[in-house]
Design a protein around this ligand. Structure first.
Ligand SMILES: *[C@@H]1O[C@H](CO)[C@@H](O)[C@H](O)[C@H]1NC(C)=O
Ligand SMILES: *[C@@H]1O[C@H](CO)[C@@H](O)[C@H](O)[C@H]1NC(C)=O
Ligand SMILES: [Ca+2]
Length: 252
């Protein structure tokens, strides 16, 4: 539109000029008429006589002065030329105001809600299946998943880290009970995510001090020789040699 407007006005101007020119062309001026003249001498003029007969042609006269060139009317303009090539790019404009945030399309929301409920239903099925087979226990948004086979503490730690979790570490009675379900189910002992620091003192794997314990009576009893912690099938704990093979349980 910004380009079209000047072009349009140029076209209109051209049309107007050509139009007025062709009108003028057809308007031939009428030749002016010459009025009759009388001779006024020092005498009292008599009545003018009758017109005499035309005389003979006289001798050829002197050549006349060169005529003056009179300024004529302004001519018609030439046709409008072709538009030139575009000029160089101008400097960048001033940054505009920040716009309103765009909304999410209602159809997209519907699709996302549909997808969400689909995934929820699917996760619920998976969760039920894993729990049924004793592979998983759930508590307050935390998942405890067993590797299903016994291995030494370092292998269990490595495996849990690799799949984005950590060795199951009960921080309260409820979590301890959730982990115990898997231990009972597999009818074996499992390593927990704790390690001995100074003799008889245990820490979480991030080296923060232990806040909750469930030692079997008389434990820990390793005298600094049993640096890992295993869970018995009743949920109580015993300090144990880290190289023993115990059930691996990861938490997420
Ligand atoms: C949700 O998606 C399923 C299949 O992906 C489709 O059959 C169903 O009609 C959808 N429901 C809605 C409300 O969009
Ligand atoms: C557990 O595994 C991680 C990753 O391999 C490692 O950095 C960490 O030292 C391990 N912790 C223990 C107590 O072995
Ligand atoms: Ca012990």
């Amino acid at each position: 539109m910004m380009v079209l407007l000047p072009l349009l006005s140029l076209l209109l101007l051209e049309w107007a000029l050509i139009g007025s020119c062709s009108e003028k062309g057809g308007n031939d001026e009428q030749p002016s008429t010459y009025s009759d003249t009388y001779y006024h001498g020092p005498w009292i003029a008599g009545r003018p006589g009758r017109d005499g007969r035309d005389g003979r042609d006289g001798a050829k006269g002197e050549k006349g002065d060169p005529g003056e060139v009179l300024n004529g009317m302004q001519g018609c303009p030439a046709n409008v030329g072709h538009s030139g090539s575009p000029g160089p790019q101008g400097p960048p404009g001033i940054k505009g105001m920040k716009g309103e945030p765009g909304g999410i399309h209602p159809t997209l929301i519907d699709e996302l809600l549909n997808m969400t409920s689909y995934l929820e239903a699917r996760l619920l099925k998976l969760s039920k299946a894993l729990t049924l087979y004793g592979s998983m226990a759930e508590l307050g948004g935390k998942f405890y998943v067993t590797t299903g086979q016994p291995s030494d503490f370092f292998m269990i730690n490595k495996t849990c880290q690799e799949i984005g979790g950590a060795v199951a570490t009960p921080k309260n009675k409820e979590e301890n009970a959730a982990i115990m379900k898997l231990v009972v189910r597999h009818n074996t002992y499992a390593f927990l995510g704790l390690k001995e620091g100074i003799i008889g003192k245990f820490y979480y794997l991030d080296e923060s001090p232990v806040k909750y314990t469930n030692w079997y009576s008389g434990r820990p009893d390793g005298q600094g020789q049993e640096n890992c912690v295993e869970m018995y099938t009743d949920g109580t704990w015993n300090d144990r040699d880290c190289s023993k093979h115990r059930l691996g349980i990861c938490e997420f």
